[in-house]
Design a protein around this ligand. Structure first.
Ligand code: ATP
Ligand code: SF4
Ligand code: MG
Length: 309
């Protein structure tokens, strides 16, 4: 349904160190997404799991064609086999392709939320049914966004996306601020929509949630996908996974021992040559830092690591 091939996103920025000022301001490209490929199939949930700042929201915005004007985008994005052009996106956005945005700032501050969720094509009956599914009382319909708690606003955003009858749903961190029960209810709803034929791209930093509800998990790190594997392999403890970072992510969840990963993700302006995980990898060797590591197929998954077998 959605195929993203070799997507890269960069921003122009100006050098601000003293030497750059002395020589006049220099423009530099800041690469935030590098050669990212990911697939969302009809009837399936593909999760993109990555820590803060890894480029998850930029990916969602690139798919929807709503990146800021100073972003440079390259690569291919196909929707149902056809290239997603600006014109096509305009026609599909909010109808066939729906976004659950990460920030509640996306709600119109001057419109009552019930009316916002009904939108152009919806009905009040459907909006009420979706609200009551998420535990939003009928009195919420008449509230303005500033009158909502964080969790209520999150549920209103979810309602907007599931109202449309979209074929492809891109959910950018849809659950923060929700109780465990409501988060699971929202995920169960995505599962239902996928089972009814939609494709869902679930963007999250919550590997636990991705493991439980997704079909495939793409592990995202510093703007690259390091591994794409069936969610089942994550549920089974991570022994079958291919990349040292995915294995470390699995070991870091409470039920697998809460083992922390030493070090931090590199900043996009200071990316190492070769493997972005190299500064933290216990298996690093000379080949890892020489040049960019390509994605390759290993045991029914895909991995970006010279050592994976
Ligand atoms: N307009 C912009 N100009 C320059 N850099 C940007 C811009 N927008 C985002 N970035 C940078 O791109 C990187 C990825 O940002 P993004 O918002 O996609 O991260 P994320 O994975 O969604 O993080 P989070 O989990 O916190 O939502 C960050 O380092 C951010 O600073
Ligand atoms: S490519 Fe090298 S540094 Fe990167 S994860 Fe694999 S072994 Fe570690
Ligand atoms: Mg984000």
């Amino acid at each position: 349904m959605l195929e993203i091939k070799e997507l890269s996103v960069s921003f122009k920025r100006y050098e601000t160190d003293a030497s750059a000022f002395a020589a006049g301001l220099k423009q530099k490209d800041l690469h935030v997404i590098n050669n990212l490929s990911v697939l969302v199939r009809k009837g399936e949930i593909t999760a993109i799991a990555g820590s803060s700042g890894s480029g998850k929201s930029l990916l969602a915005h690139a798919i929807l064609g709503i990146l800021p004007a100073n972003a440079n985008v390259s690569g291919d994005m196909l929707y149902c086999g056809q290239v997603l052009t600006t014109e096509k996106l305009k026609a599909l956005r909010g109808r066939e392709i729906a976004l659950v945005p990460q920030s509640v700032a996306w709600l119109d501050p001057l419109m009552r939320v019930g009316k916002q969720v009904v939108g152009i094509n919806g009905t009040v009956e459907k909006q009420r049914a979706v609200f009551s599914r998420y535990g939003l009382d009928v009195s919420v319909d008449r509230l303005y966004p500033f009158q909502l708690s964080g969790g209520m606003a999150r549920r209103v955003l979810l309602s907007t996306a599931v109202m449309e009858g979209a074929k492809l749903i891109i959910a950018d961190e849809p659950t923060p601020g929700l109780s465990v029960d409501l988060a699971r209810r929202a995920m169960g709803h995505f599962r239902e929509l996928a089972d009814a034929g939609a494709g869902v791209l679930l963007i999250t930093h919550d590997i636990d949630l991705a493991m439980e509800f997704a079909d495939y998990i793409a592990v995202f790190y510093a703007g690259s996908t390091l591994e794409i594997a069936p969610a089942r392999e994550f549920r089974e403890g991570g022994g079958a996974l291919r990349h040292p970072y995915s294995k470390a992510l699995c070991a870091a969840i409470p039920q697998n021992g809460f083992v922390p990963i030493a070090g931090t993700q590199p900043y996009s302006g200071a990316m190492p040559e070769g493997c972005p995980f190299a500064p933290r990898c216990p298996q690093k060797n000379a080949a890892c830092e020489r040049s960019a590591i390509p994605m390759r197929e290993v045991r029914g998954g895909e991995v970006r690591c010279v050592c994976a077998a």
